[in-house]
Write a protein that binds this ligand. Structure first.
Ligand code: FAD
Ligand code: SF4
Length: 472
């Protein structure tokens, strides 16, 4: 069977006989010393062959698993036929950030988890194919895939330029509305820019996808802090509708003694200094960062993995994760854990800090409590329980706390009419409607720390509802 066999002529048996492709990667020894992207992307031939594995199911379970309803069988079939331009058009119709999603979405728990091929063998590598098509579109496409409706004369303001805000902005611009995005930082992209490192998501990919939204008419104004520079009330006076997607960027600390010592960072600060403020380049005019020899990162999510792999690249001899449960319960993407281990990151499981020990104001060590797993808690995961008297002292010079984030109160504190839950998240209905008739919200400010694609799904649903509201 040749790679270019007409996919219409392939039997289900032929398709089932093809093995899932592996993602080519930079070698771990080389990559743990620099910030270049780890995954290299599929070559055309490998992408076509992988796409031929798709069974083109009538009951499109993969699409059900995707919060933005990417037309997966359609674009995968186009790849199998070698029609990469067509596949890029198909993707862009439903997903404004395919190059981002192809790199950072947890496909293993979404589209690929639902793929019927996964029942008997491995699922179609939807994420790898999405990245392939997005990169092909960036390199060779004409960027004209999305047509924009005639101007409606209605104005919408979006707060926050993360994946939720960008998706809503793109959908609304496409519907002909005049869209302005207010972003507090000096650059757009939200966590995609200041949180996720270059070695997982190159800034050039994000820039290209934001540029294509701007070509559709989305206007992004940076350095505008809603709640300080402008209030929600003023925005409501100036616009016909507003979508809030200001994320959940307020770091949570552990409340153990020693957290104020020099050398202790929140993951948010640590990653922002590198990703947004180029601390890793070591420029005299740049922001400083402490390059620890022994770095302890506390947490088990994507943020913890990004922080520990960044510490390794900044020169840490020992870059260590400390997580209070086991690897099975770690919320990080499977690929990030695998990559971290390959890069020499140490995983220390079932341990949690009791105290950060310092000398002369600087971190010297962390006193760890050893744990065991007890009964499941409200999250369904087995609860970590301290083993009495089982402690360990871990010497280190930097500690990064990556145990979660909460809603930043800056905006909501100046908009008391907006209904919040007990954790400070904005309360919405399924369409993203808040307690205010012309204000919608979505993404992490509603869900708490979640995922890129869930924030995008919220942006898409809210944009559809805003469009109905404006056209009513
Ligand atoms: P955000 O991306 O947080 O964007 C919110 C934006 O609003 C920010 O730019 C912020 O500056 C701006 N803003 C805040 N307050 C104001 C204000 N008052 N006025 C104006 N602007 C404001 N998810 C995945 O699916 N895969 C991953 O691999 C992954 N890795 C992650 C790694 C890290 C380090 C982190 C922190 C998160 C990761 N996540 C990942 C989670 C994911 O990034 C978030 O769920 C997602 O970005 C949420 O999108 P959002 O649009 O709601 O908010
Ligand atoms: Fe293809 Fe899997 Fe979707 Fe079926 S479920 S159409 S095999 S990607």
């Amino acid at each position: 069977m040749s790679d270019r066999t007409n996919p219409n002529e392939l039997s289900a048996k032929d398709r089932m006989a093809i093995d899932r492709v592996d993602m080519p990667e930079q070698n771990p020894t080389d990559r743990s010393g620099d910030f270049r992207e780890v995954n290299l992307g599929l070559a055309e031939r490998a992408a076509v062959r992988e796409a031929q594995r798709c069974l083109r199911c009538k009951n499109r379970k993969c699409v059900d698993g995707c919060p933005v309803q990417v037309e997966i069988p359609e674009f995968v079939t186009q790849v199998a036929e070698g029609d990469f331009a067509g596949a890029a058009d198909t993707l862009r119709r439903t997903n404004a950030l395919p190059g981002v999603c192809g790199r950072v979405c947890p496909q293993e728990t979404q589209c690929e988890a639902e793929c019927v091929r996964g029942v008997k063998s491995e699922p179609v590598a939807v994420g790898y194919l999405e990245r392939f098509v997005a990169d092909w579109g960036m390199a060779y496409g004409d960027g004209q895939a999305v047509t924009v409706a005639e101007p409606t004369g209605r104005k919408v303001t979006v707060v926050g330029s993360g994946p939720g805000g960008l998706t809503a902005a793109g959908e609304l611009a496409r519907a002909g509305h005049e869209v302005t995005v207010f972003e507090a930082l000096h650059a757009s992209g939200g966590v995609l820019r200041y949180g996720i490192p270059e070695f997982r998501l190159p800034k050039a990919v994000l820039d290209a996808e934001i540029a294509s939204l701007e070509r559709m008419g989305v206007r992004i104004e940076c350095n505008v802090v809603v709640g300080k520079t402008i209030t929600l009330g003023e925005i409501r006076e100036q616009s016909d509708a507003c979508f809030i997607a200001n994320g959940a960027g307020l770091p949570v600390f552990m409340n153990v003694p020693g957290e104020n010592l020099n050398g202790v960072y929140s993951a948010n600060e640590f990653l922002t200094r590198v990703n947004l403020m180029c601390a890793h380049l070591g420029r005299a005019d740049g922001t400083p960062i402490i390059r620890g020899r022994n770095v302890v990162v506390v947490g088990g999510g994507n943020t913890a993995m990004d922080a520990v792999r960044t510490a390794r690249r900044l020169g840490a001899e020992r870059a260590m994760i400390y997580y209070r449960r086991t690897e099975t319960e770690m919320p990080a993407r499977v690929e990030e854990i695998k990559h971290a281990k390959e890069e020499g990151v140490e995983l220390h499981l079932l341990e949690s800090p009791l105290e950060i020990i310092g000398a002369d104001g600087w971190v010297k060590a962390v006193r760890m409590q050893k744990m065991e797993l007890g009964e499941p808690d409200e999250s369904g995961r087995r609860r970590p329980v301290p083993i009495e008297g089982a402690e360990e002292i871990v010497e280190c010079d930097v500690v990064v706390v990556a145990v979660g984030t909460r809603a930043n109160p800056l905006l909501t504190a100046t908009a008391p009419e907006l209904k919040l839950n007990d954790w400070g998240n904005i309360v919405t209905d399924d369409s993203g409607r808040t307690s205010l008739p012309d204000v919608w919200a979505g993404g992490d400010i509603v869900r708490g720390g979640a995922t890129v694609i869930l924030a995008m799904g919220d942006g898409k649903r809210a944009a559809a509802d805003i469009d109905r509201f404006l056209k009513h």
